[in-house]
Each structure stands twice: as C-alpha cells, then as structure tokens.
Design a protein around this ligand. Sequence first.
Ligand code: SF4
Length: 364
Amino acid sequence: MKYVQEYRNPETAKRLLQRIRRRSTKPIKLMEFCGGHTVAIFKHGLRQLLPPHIQMLSGPGCPVCVTAACDLDKAIALGQLPGVIITSFGDMVRVPGSRSSLQQAKASGADVRVVYSAQDALAIARENPQKSVVFIGIGFETTAPTIAASILQAKQAKIKNYYVLCLHKNCPPIMKAILDLGEVRLDGILCPGHVSSVIGARPYRFLAEDYRIACAVSGFEPVDILLAVDSLVEQIESGQPIVEISYRRGVKEEGNTIALKLMHSVFESGAADWRGIGEVAASGLKINKAYERFDAEKRFEIKAPPAREPKGCICGAILRGVSTPTDCKLFRKTCTPEKPVGPCMVSSEGACAAYYEFGTNDGR
Ligand code: SF4
C-alpha cells in the first residue's frame, strides 16, 4: 500500500478487524504514547470497533499535556522579566500553570507571542535586537531537531538575543518509567509514528527484550493503526514480542540519521519533569555545553513559586493510564475546551479533548 487513501479504505479496515477478532483470545491492554494516535483512534471510533477485551489506553504522548506545571511556571516567570519576549506554540499559551497561564500573563502585560516554529521565534529575535527572545521548546524527538537547527542558525548568524527554554522530552525513557511504576499492566505498546520517524525502531528493543512487551510502530490512518494492533495481537498471542514497524512508509529501523545528528549536536540527555509522573532520569533533552549561551535557564535567573496542579484535575493519572477523562469530576462540567482546567483539555492532542470531541459511550 503506497497511498494515503489506501490506509483509509473501509474494506481493508474491516478485513483487519476480522483478523484481529479471530486472532485475539484473551483480555489485553495496549497503550499509545502519541497524542496524534489518541486523536486518530477516537476520530475513527477504533476503540469501539475493536473487541471489548482489547483495551486501548492513552499514555504520556501529548507534548503539551506532559509539560509539568513547574516548567510552565518558569515560562510565565520568564515572561515577567523586563525586556523579554516569550514565543511559544499556540496550545502552550492556554495551559494553566500553578497560578496563571501564558495567556493570562500576556493579558497582564507580558510580551507573549504565538509562533508556528522556532524559525518564527528566530525572526522575532532578528527584528528585536534590543530584546531577549525566549522560545519555549516543548515536544519529543519529533520537534527537537528543528529547535536544534534554530540554535545552530542563531550561532551562525551571530544572533545574540535568542534563547530556548528547553523542555524537550525523550519517548523511550518514559515508556520504561510507566512500566517501572507498575500501576498498569501493559501487554503491548503502539509506538509513536512521528517520534519513530526520527529515532527509528531500535530504541524500543529493550521493551520487547527486557520487559516482554509487544511493540508496533504505527502511522496515523485507521488502517495503519489496525495493522499495528493486529501485529501486537499476533505478538501477544504467540508470546513472542518484537518491535514491528507497521509504518514502513514513514519509519526506518535506524531512524533519520540527519535529524538525529542535528539533535545530538545541540542536545544531551538529562532529567526531565513530567506532569503526573515527576522527574525521570535521562528522559529530557538539555542544551549541551557548546551551546549553553542559548539556554534560557542559564542566561536568566528564573524565580517561580512552588508548583501546584489545578484543583480537581486528574491529568497526571490520565497520563499514567490509571484513569480516564470520564473519571474526572470536572469533565464536561467545569472543564471544557472553551474553559479548560488542565492541559489534557487544552491540547487538541489531549485525551480529555479527544473524549470531549469524539466521546465514548462504552466507557472504554
Ligand atoms: Fe484535568 Fe479537565 Fe481532564 Fe479533568 S477533564 S483531568 S480537569 S483536563
């Protein structure tokens, strides 16, 4: 299958569903670690189409949702420093921190600008040489290479007023952390398509080899996801977990070596804070010594008060796969996409937003 349309073909989807039903004999739990997969699964009603004993859980895969309140508070504190322009992706601006959001900070006078890429932030730095421009770098290995490129470019062009608040995350370490927490017993993992297009399939091998967890890298069309689920079911039923690439048109075993080289030239791994999970060793990307002058945390003294979660919000438990949005007392009542209380409702890739928009009647 070469073309996107083929991955949306209802007949192919039907055949795959029949095969999954035939093959799957026991209750299993699968987790997706990608906000794009969460949305696609809901949008196409795949949870309801799969046999009821196949449970799909959403893990910590939405970049906005996993950003810890303490990190968001740092971004807000930075925006309150004189002469600082904060640049950020749109969703981030609406996420409530401990006491306010970047949007509220903007309303109170901070210079906060929504950008579509780090390149836009770099352009703002060029246009405002008398100001310090800080880009809020969030996201997994998918976005990190582009942020690394912006730092390399700033160095080359001698742009001295561009900084990154580096909140980037690595995907495989958080998969390990979720398994080590032991709160949910997973049988299989739907590995993220975009992240894997950069890192490849090899970094997931420990999941199959050490944890005996079935893995399938999936694309984002309904047939892509069913192909991956079919592979997971086959691996689980045969008791032979591997890392299958079910998204061959987007992912190579070794990943994208150019993007990886770019990423590793600017970043090194370090501990990162995750919403609802806390600090996880080697799960973040930090700016390395050679480029530390672009690191906002090194350039500015950031004073943020102790972080706290929005009252009543259970985003943390949802990100760990131990609760679902319908377990939250605020869901659809005081928390809606128009007036979100927590990040999982703000982000279009958040589980709460997906439940809100596409709903489930069966509690799955
Ligand atoms: Fe948080 Fe709102 Fe989701 Fe509840 S419904 S967990 S308050 S984002």
